[in-house]
Design a protein around this ligand. Structure first.
Ligand code: SF4
Ligand code: SF4
Length: 93
């Protein structure tokens, strides 16, 4: 599953830079997680980094995005491929 940030978020800014997939961003009121980019940190770390650092424990699993480890791994590989393609593109321009 991807994770989500609840309205208990205090906008402390700590989690956003810790995400290896750039899945966390500032929403209209609180930080949010893009489920298309959150791999639960699969591919990068053993534990979700945002959960590790959040001081108010407001980052549960997102029940709308049920994904097993294999699916999360495939998402990680897609994101890596997109990053590599973007890096090549930036060198061409
Ligand atoms: S679990 Fe990992 S990939 Fe998902 S939002 Fe948190 S830090 Fe980012
Ligand atoms: S670490 Fe927790 S409280 Fe801080 S911005 Fe992220 S979700 Fe919100």
């Amino acid at each position: 599953m991807a994770l989500l940030i609840t309205d208990e978020c205090i906008n402390c800014d700590v989690c956003e830079p810790e995400c290896p997939n750039q899945a966390i961003y500032m929403g209209p009121e609180i930080y949010e997680i893009d489920p298309q980019r959150c791999t639960e940190c699969v591919g990068h770390f053993d534990e979700p980094q945002c959960v590790q650092v959040c001081p108010v424990a407001c980052i549960p699993l997102n029940p709308a995005f049920i994904e097993n480890r294999e699916t999360l791994w495939q998402k990680y590989q897609r994101l890596q491929a997109e990053s590599a393609a973007a890096a090549v593109q930036s060198r061409v321009l």
